[in-house]
Design a protein around this ligand. Structure first.
Ligand SMILES: Cc1ncc(COP(=O)(O)O)c(C=O)c1O
Length: 435
């Protein structure tokens, strides 16, 4: 929170003063962290704070709001759904918004990824993928396939099983080290040596491996690291050579973020299972999905009831969330979203190259609507946030990266405001005036 706001608590709304001490915020040291900003309204790319100040959002609420906030066409469809049916259980009952959405996803996704299992968060979608992969083997009477291979700098969620397949060495989930099941954490096969190492691991351990799990093309929360199509193709080839399932976690990369609807399309690969979330519902409702190909789905078909997939979140396929996702897909069909992503990539490709000249900047990279400045270490977090708020933008750097993942509808002047704010912050941190 900016200094002026924290100093003048009389300006803060009652709900903030009375409620703040009763919420526990994510990834936040509640004793020392600067107070979170009170938002009262969102619109387009703008967050309006309780005191009326406006911030241009550079990260689209953790990459969800791909169409910007409050698109009236999405709102209308969600309200229509609300007046008809806000929720109904999905066990033994189905409804139009879910079935329409499942069919649309099956049509959009590459290959035979045709069988959609809904859930309410990305972590759960990945948990479901892991369970599907394990049960795929046990349903065929093949025992022992209960471990996973995942990649350094990967992130797949905060629940127990997903933490175990994330980069457990990176510090974020260090407190849980002894609690988490050991999995195989390896380097992405960027070099031929790394490819040979992955190949050897699968050759030696394929009888205990249920699946390999990858974030295609961009590893998001683990450091916004990019890899090439060839790396993704190599992973797919090695999995296929050893008959090991491949799970693509496209919770971050899906729905246009990397320049195509799904990152896997660029490498022309079809995973056995794909996980979707975040922009699936255009930032309007919690929704995720785990989509399986024919080989996986067929392994669950049997006269034996015990071979059914044993999972079922209470709010799965929530009709409001399905309506949001259907409305979001309508916008992808009606609006030039991928062209907008290309323009963002061009704009940021040019404006970000300038950041290479700052000391402590080790890399600058842009892909699709993702732009990253990697530093040896970030400037003081609180000072950075104060500067960004003062400059009228909302950004949330983490680890050693400052990044932009804006809505695809962002205008060039809003992008310019975001890059200008980063420039100001980096200049201030160098000259000490941000200290
Ligand atoms: C690639 C990836 N997988 C899984 C998740 C977890 O999603 P959620 O936060 O919705 O549980 C995230 C969240 O950032 C993600 O980026």
């Amino acid at each position: 929170m900016s200094q002026e706001m924290s100093d003048s608590s009389e300006n803060l709304p009652d709900w903030y003063r009375e409620g703040y001490d009763h919420v526990w915020l994510p990834y936040t040291q509640m004793q020392t962290a600067a107070k979170a900003l009170p938002v009262k309204e969102t619109r387009g790319q703008t967050l309006t704070l309780a005191d009326g100040r406006e911030l241009v959002d550079g990260i689209a609420s953790w990459w969800t709001a791909c169409h910007g906030y409050n698109d009236p066409r999405m709102q209308k469809k969600i309200v229509q759904q609300l007046s008809q049916m806000s929720h109904v259980m999905f066990g033994g009952l189905v409804h139009e918004p879910a079935l329409r959405l499942a069919k649309r996803l099956a049509d959009l996704l590459p290959g035979d990824l045709d069988h959609v299992f809904f859930s309410e968060s990305g972590s759960v979608a990945v948990e479901i993928a892991l369970k599907m992969a394990v049960q795929y083997w046990t349903n065929q009477g093949i025992k022992g396939h209960n471990r996973f291979v995942s990649f350094r700098a990967g992130y797949h969620g905060d629940t127990t099983a997903t933490m175990a397949v994330g980069d457990t060495d990176d510090g974020m989930h260090q407190a849980f080290g002894d609690y988490l099941e050991d999995q195989y954490l390896v380097d992405l096969p960027v070099t031929t040596e790394q490819a040979a190492a992955l190949d050897q691991l699968l050759a030696e351990k394929k009888n205990e491996i249920a699946a390999v799990l990858i974030e295609p093309l961009i590893q998001g929360a683990g450091g916004m690291k990019f890899h090439g199509l060839d790396v993704l193709q190599r992973v797919a080839r090695i999995c296929s050579a050893h008959d090991v399932l491949l799970i693509a976690d496209e919770i971050f990369t899906g729905f246009g973020r990397t320049g195509t609807m799904f990152a896997c399309e660029q490498a022309d690969i079809v995973p056995d299972i794909i996980c979707l979330g975040k922009a699936l519902s255009g930032g309007m409702a919690p929704m995720a999905a785990t989509v399986a190909g024919k080989k996986v789905y067929d392994a669950f078909l049997s006269e034996d009831a015990d071979k059914a997939f044993m999972h079922g979140p209470t709010y799965m396929a929530n009709p409001l969330a399905c309506a949001a996702a259907n409305a979001s897909l309508d916008l992808f069909a009606e609006e030039p979203r991928l062209e907008q992503v290309r323009r963002i990539e061009q704009h940021l490709g040019q404006s970000f190259s300038h950041f290479r000249h700052y000391p402590n900047v080790v890399d600058v990279r842009v892909k699709g609507a993702v732009a990253v400045i990697e530093m040896t270490a970030l400037p003081d977090r609180q000072k950075m946030q104060e500067c960004f708020t003062r400059e009228g933008v909302w950004l949330r750097p983490f680890g050693n990266v400052i990044y932009l993942t804006p809505s695809f509808t962002i205008a060039p002047d809003e992008l310019a405001k975001l890059t200008q704010a980063i420039d100001t912050m980096l200049t201030e941190s160098m000259t000490g005036s941000a200290e």
